[in-house]
Structures are given as structure tokens and as C-alpha cells.
Design a protein around this ligand. Structure first.
Ligand code: AMP
Ligand code: GLY
Length: 423
């Protein structure tokens, strides 16, 4: 069969690597892809938001299955458009992708269906938001309603900072129209865990757990990024936590979406906070996490095509989802200065060192092929993933492999997965 993947990051490279392992697949295309995905797929110069071009391409090439990796096209309705054209696509339709596309929607859903999450209020008037803040407890969390590249969340320590935050989100429109509405919520403390799951509208099967490191600098300092590294599984995600989440969070979310007439098919990413009062939902995403996918997918034993087809056909109950009994760590190699200001266009050396190395992966995020070779083309450049028998070994393998590649201004965190030492 012929598969088209939509997106261009490390997540899509990890998806492509999983798809390439399937004996059912003869040909992979990626729109637009990157220099790493090119090793597995034919990349076409079509952007993820060019819905008409993507649909026309899928029809022309007789694509059997399109996998949409990114949030923007999902929230914008790419799956709906492909389906209207008679094509098969994996990912939620627009009316279900709103689970990620609007934080106000997701918070109201959780409240209505009693799914544990932080206390909150929503606002579409900055004056009302400011008035509410006068009596709030600090720190307080401000969230732009819409998609903001994972950066629309502000944690404010006092009233002054929070008022400044409301201004930047709602008046200065720092995150564009994502800030037409906002959520103000209670600040929670605890350990964060990411749980990705496959959903077919009724049945949900969770993947192995992971933890992301969102801040730019060691010790969780510095600005929030798209993610600087991940490990999987999370030793903090115990069986007891899993039992609780299955009962009070996972299935209730799928059922709530169905009850609202927004049947969800695709991947739901649960961002959880393990608080002292039990697990609570920090956020939902309607897709694989990045860089979570870079540690979760390499550990999946199933043929990804079988699982994806079962989700589309409403037959996920027939799949026995299995993961390897090992661990993986991903260290992101970024451009110095990311996420604020950084340079691009530096040649990356040593990529060939990953060839034929079982259990090691060099997923490309921001890279581009040029006449001089493959060059850096973004803030997050590569995701270096390694497996190991346990987290300690995986961590040591991953950090060793970060030394196999070199480029100007290469930057990484040195404490990805260090938290496992606390267990
Ligand atoms: P989100 O995009 O909603 O995942 O938020 C990004 C990050 O902000 C999360 O991964 C948390 O680290 C932090 N965050 C979001 N909401 C809260 C909250 N209610 N309490 C504490 N931290 C939060
Ligand atoms: N790693 C967080 C995300 O994909 O949104």
C-alpha cells in the first residue's frame, strides 16, 4: 500500500520509521518532510496547510492511507477534506480535534463530565479577566485558548505579572487569534507524565508512558520550548496511577467526546500532572507528542498500519497493543539560543554514524538538504534516541550517541532523564 504522512518534524520522522517497518507498505510519501524523512519517503514540496494540494496529490497517487501528524492541519479540518474526497485518513476530524484546538472547549468538557483537572475560568473580555485576578491565588496559570506552538501558557507569580500576561495574550495578541479567548487556571504541582493513546471512537488503548522536558535549560530553567528531550517509560507512572486514569480520565474522555457528537478517532495525548490529590489533566493534544513519539514509537511491537487501520474502522478492540520491555531516551540537539533567537544553515556532520546501529535513531526535526550537505534548518534540529534494557542504560546510550554528530551552535540539555535517579 501507499502511505502519505503530513508534517515535517521529529515526530513525523518517527512515524515514517514505524510505517517503513510494515511489510504492508510499498511506498511512503511525506508532505513536506525533511532531510531525514527523505531517507525513508519521497518528500513532496507541499505544506501541511495546503489542503487542496494534499488532497489532489493523494487522489492522483492513489494513496491508501494518509497519516496527519501535526496539530494545525488536524484542527483546520484536513481529515474531513480527505474523507470528503473518498480518501482514508488517520487523525481526528475537525469537530474532534477541537479537544486540542480550544482550551476553553477542553476545560468545559472536563468540567461537564467530571474529569479531574485544575480549577479554571474562561474569559473573552480582558477586563473581566483582570477583575478575576484581583482575588486569585498565586502562582496562577494563563492559557491562550487556541493553538500557539505549545507556547501559549504563562505561569504568573503575582498580580502584576498576571495582568501583564492578560495584556500580552488578549490585547497585544502575542499568540494571534489564539488569544481571543483565554483560560485562567489553578497552578498545580507534581510530576508530569505524557500518555499517548490510540482511539477508534469508542475504544481507547494507551501506549507506554513518557516524560517530556519542556524548559530550555538544565534544571528546568529558562523558557518553555516544544520539548528538549523525553524518556519512556516514566517510572512515576505506576500501575495504581494507570488504574485511576483508565477509570476517571481515559475512557471518560472518549465517551464524553462521543456523547457530544464529536467521535474521536486518532491519537489522544493526555498531559497529566500527578498531584498529591491524584492525577489531573493538564492538557489534551489530538496527535502524537513530539518528542514523545520519538521514544514511544520505537518501543511499539505492533505493526503501526494495523493499529491505525483498526482506529479508522472502529476495531481497536481487536488489537493487542504491545510495547517492548525496555526503555528509551531522546535528547534533542537544538540550535544555541532556541527558542528565542538562533541561527540556521550550519552543515551537520556525522549523520552516517547512525547507519546500521540497532537501537539508535537520529530523528530529524529542523534539517534541510543543500549542495553542501544536510544543514540545520530550525530551533530543534535532531532528536537522538537510544534504547536500553532500562532507563539508566538508555540514557547513557543516548548521550553517547549525541557525540556522533556535530554542527555549529549545537546545544542540548544535559539532564534529560536525570529524574529517574530519584526513583
Ligand atoms: P500545556 O500547553 O497546557 O501543556 O502547558 C505547558 C506546560 O505548562 C505544561 O507542561 C506544564 O508544565 C505547565 N502547566 C500548564 N498548566 C499548568 C497548571 N495548571 N499548573 C502547573 N503547570 C501547568
Ligand atoms: N511534547 C509536547 C507536545 O508534543 O505538545
Amino acid at each position: 500500500m501507499k502511505v502519505l504522512i503530513v508534517g515535517s518534524g521529529g515526530r513525523e520522522h518517527a512515524i515514517a520509521a514505524s510505517v517503513a517497518k510494515s511489510p504492508k507498505v510499498d511506498k511512503i510519501y511525506c508532505a513536506p518532510g525533511n532531510a531525514g524523512i527523505e531517507g525513508l519517503a519521497e518528500c513532496i514540496p507541499v505544506g501541511a496547510m495546503e489542503f487542496n494540494k494534499i488532497t489532489a496529490f493523494a487522489k492522483e497517487k492513489d494513496i491508501d492511507l494518509t497519516i496527519v501528524g501535526m496539530d494545525d492541519p488536524l484542527v483546520g479540518g484536513l481529515v474531513d477534506q480527505l474523507e470528503s474526497a473518498g480518501l482514508r485518513a488517520f487523525g481526528p476530524r475537525k469537530n474532534a480535534a477541537i479537544l486540542e484546538g480550544s482550551k476553553a472547549f477542553s476545560k468545559d468538557l472536563m468540567k461537564k463530565y467530571h474529569i479531574p483537572t485544575a480549577e479554571y475560568e474562561t474569559f473573552d473580555d480582558p477586563k473581566a479577566a483582570e477583575a478575576y485576578l484581583e482575588n486569585a491565588d498565586f502562582p496562577v496559570v494563563l492559557k491562550a485558548d487556541g493553538l500557539a506552538l505549545g507556547k501559549g501558557v504563562l505561569i504568573c507569580q503575582d498580580l502584576e505579572e498576571a495582568k501583564e500576561g492578560v495584556k500580552s495574550i488578549m490585547l497585544d495578541k502575542k499568540f494571534g487569534s489564539a488569544g481571543n479567548k483565554m483560560v485562567i487556571e489553578e497552578f498545580m504541582t507534581g510530576r508530569e507524565v505524557s500518555v499517548l493513546s490510540f482511539v477508534d471512537g469508542k475504544t481507547i488503548k494507551t501506549m507506554t508512558s513518557a516524560q517530556d522536558h519542556k524548559r530550555a535549560l538544565d534544571g528546568d530553567e529558562g523558557p518553555n520550548t516544544g520539548g528538549m528531550g523525553t524518556f519512556s517509560p516514566s517510572p512515576f507512572y505506576t500501575e495504581e496511577v494507570d488504574e485511576f486514569c483508565k477509570k476517571y480520565i481515559y475512557q471518560p474522555t472518549v465517551d464524553a467526546m462521543a456523547a457530544e457528537g464529536r467521535e474521536f478517532k486518532g491519537v489522544i495525548f493526555f498531559g497529566l500532572m500527578l498531584t498529591k490529590n491524584g492525577p489531573k489533566v493538564l492538557e489534551y493534544n489530538a496527535r502524537f507528542g513530539d518528542p514523545e513519539a520519538q521514544v514511544v514509537l520505537p518501543r511499539m511491537k505492533n505493526d503501526i498500519i494495523d493499529v491505525v487501520q483498526a482506529c479508522i474502522d472502529g476495531k481497536l478492540d481487536e488489537i493487542d497493543l504491545q510495547f517492548e520491555d525496555n526503555a528509551a531516551v531522546c535528547v534533542v540537539l537544538a540550535s544555541e539560543g532556541y527558542p528565542v533567537k538562533y541561527e540556521k544553515g550550519y552543515v551537520i556532520r556525522g549523520l552516517e554514524n547512525f547507519e546500521g546501529k540497532e537501537g539508535y535513531y537520529c530523528f530529524h526535526a529542523g534539517t534541510k538538504k543543500t549542495e553542501e550537505g544536510i544543514v540545520t534548518n530550525g530551533g530543534r534540529v535532531l532528536g537522538i534516541t537510544a534504547k536500553g534494557r532500562d532507563l539508566k542504560e538508555a540514557r547513557s546510550n543516548a548521550y553517547q550517541a549525541t557525540q556522533w554528530v556535530a554542527f555549529e551552535n549545537k546545544y542540548m540539555r544535559n539532564d534529560i532523564g536525570k529524574a529517574i535517579e530519584e526513583v
